[in-house]
Design a protein around this ligand. Sequence first.
Ligand SMILES: *Cc1c(COP(=O)(O)O)cnc(C)c1O
Length: 376
Amino acid sequence: MIPLSRPAFLGTELEYVGGILQAGTLSGLGPYTRRCEQWLEQFMDSGKAFLTTSGTAALEMAAMLADIQAGDEVIVPSYTYVSTVNAFVVRGAAPVFVDIEHDTMNMDATKVEAAITPKTRAIVPVHYAGIACDMDVIMAVANRNNLLVIEDAAQAPTSTYKGRALGTIGHIGCMSFHETKNFTSGGQGGAVLVNRDALVDRAEVIHDNGTNRARFLRGQVDQYAWQDIGSNFVVSEVLAAILWSHLEAADEISQKRHQLWSEYQQRLEPLAAAGYIVLPYIPLGSVHNAHIYYIKVRDPHQRKALIRHMKAQGITTAPHYLPLHSTEIGSSKGRFAGSDINTTLASTQLLRLPLYHSLSVQEQDKVVATISSFWG
Ligand SMILES: *Cc1c(COP(=O)(O)O)cnc(C)c1O
């Protein structure tokens, strides 16, 4: 079977992990964590990066840092992973879903302002497939209404919007280094990018169980103590070492993924021109990271048949999210603002194709040929 995704394996992982196991300082905030954080900070204008145990944990830490309280509202797309919303719901906030754009699958920035109420605290754009939301519009709406912007850039490391890295534009950005993402810290991992200097001190405390242990480790206090809410978001050095082997090879990994992405885009164009499928759209000013390649078919019945056709040839393809507002918990915890014109429709049309670092030319040839043969 050709899988949908496979984590990159560079070969340096074992050496780095071996070194850390021998050194015996495993519990985090060590040299590999610092190296990974500095790699992230090279894209940031200000603030600080914190590695976290997952992208979900990054979102939870962001919600704590944003001081989200019971009764608050956050504006989110419904076409996203559960944790984009759960991170705020666990703090007692209500998600207010806005529609996505059909062509990018991203939150429609022009629908955000109408969803604001006196309870709104934050806007949480999700850069689906590593393709940028319209951040100029979102930041302008946030600034006009005094709201925080927390970017779910889980899928977007190395992507940019008008030259600025995704995850570094909002007040806070969240990334994931899960096994399925472009770079992984051994299966689970993430990062919070705190993009405003004024938020950094508190973020450092929340990141380490609500204590000032980081100041203690720097010799700034004699003893560390409980200061604030927080949790253990600190990543094991063993996992940070694996992440470093991916981040230092980020250019190589990205180049390979882009090659595969562009190959799909070129070779599936005839099917798009014939009206059978719709290809991804990259808005002007957005440079993506080739995280996901997807096509859109006309309807869910056709998608089901295509998935079966691909599977019969040993190729895994998959839809993505069930819109969160259409679940029982989604409709009881939150509400949809405005009408759902694109979210549900596009969610039934989208189909992801295999895309990963070690996907071979022959395997990709087979994927393209098998899709083409479905339409005869
Ligand atoms: C992967 C992902 C997450 C969660 O990240 P984990 O590391 O799996 O916890 C959140 N939001 C989006 C959009 C994601 O793709």
